[in-house]
Design a protein around this ligand. Sequence first.
Ligand code: UGA
Length: 433
Amino acid sequence: MDMEISIIGHGYVGLVTACVFADFGNKVHVIGRTPEKISRLRSGDPIIYEPGLEEILDRNLKNGNLEFSTTYDSIKNSEIVFIAVGTPSQADGSADLSQVKVVAKEIALALGESFTVVSCKSTVPVGTNRAVEKILTENAPAHAKFAVASCPEFLREGTGVSDTLSPDRVVIGTESKKAADLLLELHKPIGGQRVVCDLSSAEMIKYASNSMLATKISFANLIAEMSEVAGANAPLVLKAVGLDNRVGAKFLDAGIGYGGACFPKDVKALAFIGKDLGVDSSLLDQVEKINHNARERFAERIVKHAKGKVLAIWGLSFKPNTDDIREAPSIEIMKYLLKNGFSLRVYDPQAMGHIRRIFGDQLSYFDNKDDALAGSDNLVVLTEWSEFAAADLEEVKKVLKNPVIFDGRNVFDPEQMGKLGFEYYSVGRKDVK
Ligand code: UGA
């Protein structure tokens, strides 16, 4: 059964969700507050970079399944409304829910006479959906019939479309059987196990999932630091640890730590929730501290071994296949390097525009990795884009004034680097000199 749905927000979560559900034949209205962005979306420009998204957007604009608007007119005919707006960190680490609250009120005022499920996709602390329910109750017209639900999103940037099509699980938190049935119906074409639960559990599942993954990464970075001192090979150690089914192989890559719009914010928010609940959540404080240390240690090694050198920087986005630089390790590391007097010649396949807005003329920008390299003394890899792993290393050696590579993502093989005659520093592995 095709449905009519509205989605507030057109970031990575809102837009990907909208495109995927429209592609299944539903009528999807996307609501945003910035007229300039809405007209770009209407013209087929997704604004964000997400592999495969532009084609789906284009297809569903043409077939009329997808519409963009700055008004809430579509709410009155929508069976399901998703809230997918940002919940950034505040200074104390807690989530800023102001956008969710503003949007909830707008939805309330626009509700029609048919039953509507109002479901949060944004990551929100336990109790937020109850607050949304209160806002709806206080502001909705007397004839409105609605129920709230929490439907957290687990897509990753860079693989957003495929993650949405085949998630490991779909979590639906609601106390309304009718809302659960409608959401189950909407998700019917999508893979993964269903977890239908209460509102609070659904809200907690999202923070617990992201914090668990961040904890795995920080654990890997802790083992990497120990391995560097002990002379062990951290990737090998972690691979062996991950071969135990109870642990699992994924998210154990040591490097320069996690970034992005989710893990840093959600670990801080869950730590804050713990404190608020009177529960000792210092484990999460340590996860964050280790993450910060991973960047700092890497930057300090560059300062120690490459003082005064011109550095080519390959990779700026917080991970490959995205243009997103929010909380990207590259930002903190480059600020540190600039403070220590380095000149930086940077290249990223997607994130150059965003980085230029932060750093302006403090960096030299290049359109490809080879031009960034030419004229540089050493190379620093900060994001593991596949084009870097595929680089012709003999050529790299010829072009660099000094064949020294600092690899923050363990892209290259130390043995091969030794054979090629590089001085090579990576994470959790012996230096090659
Ligand atoms: C993360 C979660 O993986 C998604 O499930 C979730 O839906 C999303 O947050 C969200 O809450 O919206 P995302 O931030 O897009 O997704 O990216 P990830 O692939 O999880 O990577 C996060 C960071 O961890 C990146 O900086 C990456 O480089 C780093 N990472 C990842 C490591 O340092 N080591 C690893 O082994 C894996």
